[in-house]
Design a protein around this ligand. Structure first.
Ligand SMILES: NC(=O)c1ccc[n+]([C@@H]2O[C@H](COP(=O)([O-])OP(=O)(O)OC[C@H]3O[C@@H](n4cnc5c(N)ncnc54)[C@H](OP(=O)(O)O)[C@@H]3O)[C@@H](O)[C@H]2O)c1
Length: 306
């Protein structure tokens, strides 16, 4: 039994319809927290910094400072002490949460050769290792309650590895496999797992400011970046929907009863899931390459005689 495995917690009686949302300070997490609060959920808004996120959430929902249906919890997914303290605060506030929504995440822009290893490590710590640690800390209480749903927010990049964002694609793929594995483990205890494949939404993560950019615009991949940058921005602008649309999809997902659900939220995600199911991998490769304007196979070889 691992040293940090806890099955000895004193757990208060669970509050019905309580949900933990990580990354509730802004973007999809903020919109989801606002929506679920308005729908009557007790929302535990987990944020790296409670100031100013929680005040903004209170303003957006009209919740008073002492409203016990909107609870702020400090959570930095890269900090083990913060994760343990957050889990304890959550259990103290609501007992076993019904919903646990792993929404917080970071992205990265750059080719594999351009992206430093420490960014790969930060990507996996934030998007996988931290969420796994939080889940492990909360599962004993959720098992004891005999109900609940763990929601993992994936991305189109987790369905298909996308060029120039390999760490993000890799981590979202890993997130999906984690969720599938865990669903098989926790369903006998009455806990369901849902993977939401999010389409494109208008938040910081799809902007230069909201991502860690390792692109070398003058290096060997300059030709890729030139076209991808132009086409990517245009496509994102066209596809990006309001975060409130995602929040509606999440609210629906929390009402599911099935032990395991994997579903798209947004038309672009729905189309990609369908295409990925029916098209051979090589066709998907060429489609994505052509859409992004990436040169064809061998086009950037040096002029060699061999
Ligand atoms: N927007 C889209 O088009 C889209 C598409 C597919 C999937 N997604 C996924 O949706 C989720 C939410 O993204 P978003 O669009 O809302 O992006 P966002 O606006 O950039 O928000 C990211 C959230 O994650 C939090 N976060 C980052 N690092 C953290 C850490 N170490 N510990 C705790 N929280 C941390 C941020 O907190 P701070 O405010 O403290 O930085 C912020 O609340 C992500 O998992 C993303 O991959 C988004």
């Amino acid at each position: 039994m691992p040293a940090d495995y806890r099955d000895d917690l004193t757990i208060p009686a669970p509050v019905t319809r309580s949900v933990v949302i990580t990354g509730a300070s802004r973007g999809l997490g903020f919109a989801s927290a606002r929506r679920l609060y308005r729908e009557g959920w007790t929302v535990i808004a987990a944020m790296r910094s409670l100031d100013p996120g929680l005040d903004e959430l209170r303003r957006a929902t009209g919740a008073a400072n002492n409203d016990d249906r909107l609870i702020g919890v400090q959570l930095d997914l890269t900090d083990r002490a913060s994760i343990d303290a957050a889990a304890e605060a959550i259990i103290a506030a609501v007992g076993a949460p019904y919903g646990l929504v792993h929404n917080a995440g970071i992205s990265a822009a750059g080719m594999v050769e351009e992206t430093p290893i420490d960014l790969w490590e930060r990507m996996f710590t934030t998007n996988i290792f931290g969420p796994v640690a939080l889940t492990r800390a909360l599962l004993p209480s959720m098992r004891a309650a005999g109900r609940g749903r763990i929601v993992l927010v994936s991305s189109e990049s987790g369905v298909r590895g996308m060029p120039a964002t390999a760490p993000y694609s890799a981590v979202k793929g890993a997130l999906e496999r984690w969720g599938e594995s865990m669903a098989g483990e926790v369903s006998p205890f009455g806990i369901g797992v849902t993977i939401l494949v999010a389409g494109t939404y208008d938040t910081e993560i799809i902007t230069d400011a909201g991502t860690t950019d390792s692109r070398d615009l003058t290096g060997p991949y300059a030709r890729h970046h030139r076209t991808m940058d132009k086409r990517g921005r245009y496509a994102m602008k066209l596809a990006a929907r309001s975060p409130d649309r995602f929040a509606a999809g999440l609210a629906k997902a929390l009402d599911a009863n099935a032990p395991f659900v994997r579903r798209p939220v947004g038309p672009d995600a729905r189309m990609l899931l369908l295409a990925n199911k029916i098209m051979p991998s090589v066709v998907m490769h060429h489609m994505i390459r052509a859409m992004m304007g990436i040169p064809r196979f061998g086009a950037l070889r040096d002029n060699r005689s061999d």
